[in-house]
Design a protein around this ligand. Structure first.
Ligand SMILES: C[S@@+](CC[C@H](N)C(=O)[O-])C[C@H]1O[C@@H](n2cnc3c(N)ncnc32)[C@H](O)[C@@H]1O
Length: 316
């Protein structure tokens, strides 16, 4: 288990950002670009003296950090109970003490999601012990999930890759998924995890990749495979689709041009696209994706060195 030193920043904490495991430095680069100032790290939680900035990489942002002296476990729980019911602890250190605080709070029993499912709507705050007698809490945070984690009851037999979890999470966060009667294009579909998700919902799916899909997906009656480059496909030549999915491995700038082309064509109702990075993170292109009207960008719990771009034609 990672050893974490007690962290007490010499300034009032005005915002906090939880980094995805192994992506602390990417988050730090992003926060520096966005003017979050000096950071003080508490495990994967970056504490800042500056009010919240819009982070694409944080699993969650704590909007309203408050520091409290807590000489006792009961005292810590009392402070949080007096504010609201639901609290998720981030515990990189002081595990025993934090567990006792958790036991003294109203129970929170998050269960793995069974897809399809919508994200929880219950209000959820966050807390952590910076040292034995210092509690940092935030009544609000950007993610409705405990520590930004989105566990699923997995299917270990049918999908040909674990990439399906990324699309499950994206659709859960949207609260919408393809349904029978809708149409989808899946760019960069091989070996077929995303196509398996979309087809499993009953929609018609056109899977596009130069490599073949796994047989159990390619043979589904509502899947059509096209062996060609996604970049050579002219959206104007396609019938309108309800969903455009893309999990292509390509340079972010190339994916941005692809997304813009599909948006300009008016041929896609919604887009879910992975923005993949190799080597250095291209923050500039990530921000250009985030600036597209009708779009937003998140780092999903199931993303690796990736972000996910969401866009819809008619926001509703
Ligand atoms: C990460 S994999 C996709 C995984 C897939 N979403 C799944 O769930 O199984 C990326 C895919 O992009 C495909 N790809 C890369 N460049 C492409 C292009 N120009 N056109 C179509 N597919 C491409 C690769 O062949 C590869 O199969």
């Amino acid at each position: 288990m990672m050893q974490v030193e007690a962290t007490l920043p010499p300034w009032p904490v005005r915002s906090a950002y939880l980094a995805p495991p192994d992506f602390e430095s990417v988050l730090e680069q992003e926060l520096q670009r966005k003017g979050a100032g000096d950071l003080c790290w508490h495990g994967r939680l970056a504490l800042s003296a500056v009010p919240p900035v819009n982070s694409l990489w944080a699993l969650e942002t704590w909007h309203e950090p408050e520091m409290h002296d807590v000489p006792s476990i009961k005292g810590a729980a009392r402070i949080m109970r007096a504010i609201q019911r639901n609290w998720a602890g981030y515990v990189p250190m002081l595990h025993r003490r934090s567990a006792l605080i958790t036991d003294a709070l109203p129970p929170l029993r998050p269960k793995p999601f069974t897809f399809p499912a919508a994200a929880p709507t219950a209000h959820l705050g966050a807390w952590t012990l910076l040292c034995a007698d210092r509690l940092l809490l935030s009544r609000t945070k950007t993610s409705p999930f405990v520590n930004g984690e989105v566990p699923f009851v997995e299917n270990r037999t049918d999908p040909p890759s674990r990439a399906y979890l990324k699309l499950w999470e994206a659709l859960l966060r949207l609260g919408r998924w393809p349904v029978a009667g809708e149409t989808c294009i899946d760019l960069g579909a091989c070996p077929g995890g995303w196509t398996w998700v979309a087809a499993g919902s009953g929609a018609q799916v056109t899977a596009i990749d130069r490599s073949p899909l796994a047989d159990n997906v390619a043979s589904l009656p509502n899947v059509t495979c096209r062996y060609e480059s996604a970049f050579g496909l002219d959206p104007e030549s396609c019938a309108p689709v309800d969903w455009l999915f893309s999990d292509i491995i390509a340079y972010p700038a190339r994916l941005l041009a692809l997304a813009r082309r599909w948006i300009a064509s008016g041929r896609a109702g919604r887009i879910v696209m992975t923005i993949k990075f190799q080597g250095e993170t291209d923050h500039e292109t990530a921000e250009a994706f985030a600036a597209i009207p009708g779009g937003h960008v998140l780092h999903l719990w199931h993303n690796k060195h990736e972000l996910t771009f969401f866009w819809q034609r008619d926001p509703s």
